[in-house]
Write a protein that binds this ligand. Structure first.
Ligand SMILES: [Fe+2]
Ligand SMILES: [Fe+2]
Length: 412
């Protein structure tokens, strides 16, 4: 807290708590009135969380204050809040907006790396539909023990975004414990590759120009390929299966895994698998340019929102072109994963043989993973039903690859 941010003797400008925008930073210091004196509440720049806002309302605080000298910043903030409210008038309770915020601020993790009695140096929460619940609070200096009840919590297990580095360290400490790896039937290594890949893709979605992260994504893909070539069953551990909400990073790792699986099934050599895997892992990197509100929108998208979503393909190409490390061939998975053999896809409405092998493979993997992913407003389709839907779209997907895909999933 800055020294200027202290009790002030100022009448202050009042702002209704209801006008505070969840998920946005406040561009001025916020005070509350305590016996007529303005007392510091939030420092400038703080992002309003759903908890903070609800906490104030629950305490009966319906008004907060800003200093008179901040009046222009307040006016601008309120104007933006009003515009935003109008835009989300279909969501009067702010439920979807808060849910979108909760997803941005947390990171979905695999419960297979947690087992009862294990010490964790990070807090654990559960995100179930629209509800975020804290399961245990912990930190580097005050670790907590995982319990069976925590692992049985419904929904996705998540950690705070700020705890990702601690989770990363935790994964790597598990890898060094041979015993733990053996106890889990050797799958700890495979799940660790998956969890690390999710973190790298997440970072890339936030900062797609990070050369370091691009380099690491190549390493991750090589790790995934080694696991799969070593043991086909590793595909199962690399996939985050149904029951998860949609997270672009989890989806990206799934699409890479499924694409590598198809590639391996048709006998693709390792070097080519690597190019395919990198393209598939980064296929949605252009979503970094799409606002979380559109990405996490529940229900039908309007036409302009759909155009924004569609732009992720060209955005992705633009981003990857800046990285000279990415093989040219990998671009095909990024550019063509929404193309359909019938010519009804996007962005270029390519048809038939104009769609490359990488484009055809990633299109099947992408569609399958999207169908089998849960959303708060819809349950996930079973693998069987998803496959029958894809197969029904005859003319959209490559039938030979589809056959290999069904065979592969049947073995899982
Ligand atoms: Fe996509
Ligand atoms: Fe995708």
């Amino acid at each position: 807290m800055t020294t200027q941010f202290r009790e002030i003797d100022d009448a202050g400008i009042s702002i209704e708590v209801n006008q505070l925008v969840v998920g946005a930073g406040i561009p001025f210091d916020v005070y509350m009135k305590d016996r007529g004196i303005l007392t510091p509440l939030f420092p400038k720049g703080m992002v309003v969380s759903p908890d903070a806002k609800n906490g104030l309302l629950q305490k009966g605080i319906s008004e907060v204050y800003a200093r008179a000298e901040d009046s222009s910043a307040v006016a601008e903030y309120l104007a933006r809040a009003k515009a935003r409210k109008e835009k989300t008038s279909g969501d009067p309770s702010g439920l979807f907006r808060d849910y979108s915020f909760a997803k941005e601020q947390h990171h979905q993790i695999d419960r297979a790396l947690l087992s009862p009695g294990r010490e964790i140096p990070f807090s654990l929460l559960a995100l179930d539909r629209f509800t975020l619940t804290s399961l245990v609070e912990a930190g580097e200096k005050s670790p907590a023990l995982v319990t069976a009840e925590m692992l049985a919590a419904p929904g996705d297990l998540v950690i705070r975004k700020s705890d990702i580095p601690l989770y990363y360290e935790y994964i790597n400490s598990l890898l060094n414990q041979d015993q733990a790896a053996e106890a889990a039937g050797g799958s700890v290594k495979v799940i660790a590759v998956k969890e690390n890949s999710k973190i790298i893709v997440r970072d890339l979605l936030e900062d797609p120009r990070s050369g370091e992260r691009i380099k690491q994504s190549g390493e991750m893909v090589r790790g995934m390929i080694d696991c799969v070539l070593d043991n086909r069953d590793a595909l199962y551990d690399l996939l985050s299966l149904r029951g998860y909400d949609y997270y672009t990073y989890t989806h990206s790792v799934n699409v890479a895994t499924l694409s590598i699986g198809i590639g391996a099934a048709i006998g693709m050599e390792k070097e080519k698998l690597e190019k395919l895997g990198i393209g598939a892992l980064l296929h949605d990197i252009g979503k970094s340019a799409v606002s979380p509100e559109v990405l996490n929108k529940q229900g039908k998208l309007d036409q302009s929102e759909f155009l924004i979503i569609k732009s992720h393909v060209m955005e992705g190409k633009k981003i990857l072109q800046e990285h000279h490390r990415i093989p040219e061939e990998s671009f095909h998975a990024v550019l063509q994963h929404h193309e359909k053999l019938s010519g009804k896809g996007y962005p270029l409405q390519l048809a038939g043989n104009n769609i490359t092998l990488f484009g055809r493979i990633s299109a099947i993997a992408d569609c399958y993973d999207a169908l089998t992913t849960k959303r708060p407003y819809k349950t996930a389709f079973t693998p069987f039903y998803a496959l029958s839907l894809i197969a029904k779209e005859t003319g959209d997907y490559d039938p030979d690859l589809l056959r290999e895909f069904v065979k592969m999933l049947g073995k899982l």
